[in-house]
Design a binder for this molecule. Sequence first.
Ligand code: ATP
Length: 320
Amino acid sequence: MKKIGVLTSGGDAPGMNAAIRAVVRYGCEHDMEVYGILRGYNGLMQGDMYQMNLRSVSNIINRGGTILYSARSEEFKTEAGMQKAIAVCKEVGLDGIVVIGGDGSFKGARDLSLRGIPCIGVPGTIDNDIGCCDYTIGYDTAMNTVREMVDRLRDTTESHDRCSVVEVMGRKAGYIALYAGIACGATTILIPELEYDLQRDVIDRMRKTQKTGKKHFIIVVAEGIGKVDEMAKKIQDYTGVETRATVLGHVQRGGTPTVRDRVNASLMGARAVQLLQEGKSNRVVAMKKDDIVDYDIFDALNMTKTLDIDLYQIAHDISI
Ligand code: ATP
């Protein structure tokens, strides 16, 4: 391995910069030329990249977003797009690429690996929705951001005896909603993995806690459930409690990465370069409990993980 590339793809996540930094520094320290590819697979197809050095990644470990920018590319999914990317890799002489992104980005890495460009995936997505990983880069920061935002909402919700329905990210995965919901003392948490009934899970629970003297309520709802405005209106109509909906949206994507995100991203970035150094291809770096492991991308994409339903039950029991 003499020349490697690094790119970020899909949704940005806090900690991606720490991973880029680790790839660049580890690569440079091991006599490699490291190229930063801009805007994910778009930049790869267009040859939009520059050689990085130790100082190119100074002062970024503390920054959210990604200094390499990120993008989604439909063209790259086509054979013509893929061939364009491969031609660029050959022209520049890239011996391998580290792809930091979610499972969509890993599919791109798998397809490139299959066509002779060794790729290693590093999980960067706030949703923590990658089957082979217990933890993804950005998830910890996103949860802490939600925690801070909901704590703020709680202050005003409590002061006015209101109910706040808060939508947090997670289209198909309720990890952010469940963990941040527990941390914020939500009365009810609604996640896409579990069916819910507004009357039973929200309104009846609110009424039950009202009888014990509770006057303000936080309902955390994952994005995949949606319809929070409609939900807030129904809650207000049925309970008589003034109810507001808040969609946190993209604030959850940004911000200073937490210690956990910085450390794990650094370790995983360095591990990705080690794998390329060892001549490996088509692998995903993952965290299982506190260990850094790696899997074949084909296997990784077929792995599933399930949310801890016991945890959900406990959250339910103690939030009353
Ligand atoms: P996030 O979890 O933040 O959404 P992601 O990596 O899953 O991140 P996607 O939009 O699914 O985000 O994928 C990012 C890019 O990866 C796509 O725009 C596309 O260029 C590439 N990609 C996705 N799926 C495939 C596929 N099946 N084959 C080849 N490339 C793919």
